[in-house]
Design a protein around this ligand. Sequence first.
Ligand code: FES
Length: 96
Amino acid sequence: MPVLTVQPSGKTYQAATGSSILSALLAGGENIAHKCDGKAECGTCHISVLEGRKSLSKIQRAENEMLDATIGVGTKSRLACQSIVGEEDLSIEVLA
Ligand code: FES
C-alpha cells in the first residue's frame, strides 16, 4: 500500500490504491479542510503534490475548473478529494 507523507510535518499515512488523498488523510486523522465533502466545489482541500504526481489519477474537468478559481495554484496543485492514489508513494503539502 502506498505511503502518503505530509510535509512539512513528515507525518505518514497508508493510502490505499483507488482511494482519494482526502479520504486517506481523513482516515489517518490529518486535519485538512474539505467544506464540500469531496465534490470539487470548494477548493479547500488544495494540496501541492511534491512526489508521486504521475501515479495519481488525471485531472478531470471539475477539478480543473475549481483549481482555476483557487488562489495560489501552481504546477503541482491538486484537489485532495479528486486525486486518486495509484501505486506509488506520495509526498504532499496541504495549502488551503
Ligand atoms: S473537498 Fe471541496 S474541493 Fe475537495
